[in-house]
Design a protein around this ligand. Structure first.
Ligand code: SAM
Ligand code: SF4
Length: 335
């Protein structure tokens, strides 16, 4: 399946076996870095993929070598037919996973178990309720936190995404790592990324070097163990000696992982996107609804993928806000 002619293999030989499907543009939180303050104009419901369309389009990707599908959003669990979507996708020969803000996760434990879904990424940017409310603009810390503990108790593989923003939560890096002492959780510190309307600037980035400096100073360099990278890794992982969990650093902005990128994204309105930083998209849903073959559309977009960050190879280009004004915010891409 991994040949040069495979529609999911790009001009740099990268085979895209990992599909991230955004189920909805809606969310029960309003994270400042993800959702512009005034919200996003929502796509009319008639142009959002139905459960059946998600399944059929995903099947085309699986036929060409996708082996892993992550459900995301918006908040995937707010979609009314979430259980139906999960049930159908679980019939495909793939590894299923989900990214969720965890606020209503407790309602879906049985569905996850029935579908065989074990890998759950949750997002929590502060261990302090007031800061959580500030960043998410919603008072849901308790629900999210308790549900993360519930997932661990229920035996799921839990990774916790923490978007680090200088001056907001970089003072909690040690607290997050301390959280891994007794809990088998993988914390992933994520660099704040630029999207249309999210007030990004490079001064707000917390770099890998800064994270490690704090960690070494607190725990002692000899007790910070560097772990082996996974295949197609996006995070560099570490563990404090004797701790149950781990922590990792995802530096998509300052030190991207483009060389081994195997991801392709399908937005809730049926557009594919070949890179998180790219504003180029191709709509598959319309073609699918017109009974057209969507394979050439997928192939074309994959072949247009740049080697690095949608062509923004240097930091100066990336740092120019004009280069992000046409890129959707994360809420509508699906992180
Ligand atoms: N609602 C779910 C959640 O929050 O986990 C899934 C969708 S959310 C868009 C997926 C991930 O993208 C979250 O972990 C979130 O923190 C991350 N994210 C959103 N905007 C981001 C940004 N500007 N920079 C870095 N990560 C971002
Ligand atoms: Fe919602 Fe997730 Fe975006 Fe926060 S990061 S607004 S929870 S989609």
């Amino acid at each position: 399946m991994k040949s040069e002619t495979n529609i999911l293999t790009d001009n740099f030989g990268r085979h895209h076996s990992y599909l991230r499907i955004s189920l909805t543009e809606k969310c029960n939180l309003r994270c400042t870095y993800c959702m512009p303050e005034n919200g996003v104009p929502l796509t009319p419901k008639s142009n959002i993929m139905t459960a059946d369309e998600i399944f059929k389009i995903a099947t085309v990707f699986v036929k060409h070598g996708v082996t892993k599908i992550r459900l995301t959003g918006g908040e995937p669990l707010v979609r009314k037919d979430f259980s139906k979507i999960l049930e159908r996708l679980s019939t495909l020969n793939i590894k299923l996973s989900i990214t969720t803000n965890a606020v209503i996760v407790d309602r879906f434990i049985d569905n996850f178990k029935a579908s065989g879904l074990q890998d759950i990424n949750v997002s929590l940017d502060s261990l302090q309720a007031d800061k959580f409310t500030f960043i998410t603009r919603r008072n849901q810390f308790k629900a999210a936190y308790n549900n993360i503990i519930l997932l661990l108790e229920q035996g799921f593989n839990v990774k916790m995404n923490v978007v680090l923003i200088k001056g907001f939560n970089d003072d909690e890096i040690i607290d997050f790592i301390a959280f891994t002492k007794h809990l088998p959780i993988a914390i992933r510190f994520i660099e704040f990324m630029p999207f249309d309307g999210n007030n990004w600037n490079k001064e707000k980035l917390v770099t890998q070097a800064e994270i490690l400096e704090q960690t070494h100073a607190h725990f002692g360099r000899q007790d910070v163990i560097s772990l082996e990278n996974e295949a197609n890794f996006t995070s560099r992982n570490y563990q404090i000696k004797g701790y149950k969990g781990t922590f990792g650093i995802i530096s998509s902005v300052s030190n991207p992982f483009c060389d081994s990128c195997n991801r392709i994204r399908l937005t809730a309105n049926g557009n594919i996107k070949n890179c998180l930083f790219s504003n180029q998209e191709t709509n598959l849903l319309e073609a699918y609804r017109q009974d057209k073959n969507i394979e050439p559309l997928i192939s074309n977009l994959i072949k247009k993928k740049y080697a690095v960050r949608a062509g923004m190879t240097d930091f100066e280009t990336l740092n120019n806000p004009e280069n992000h004004t046409n890129n959707r915010s994360m809420i509508t891409i699906g992180g």
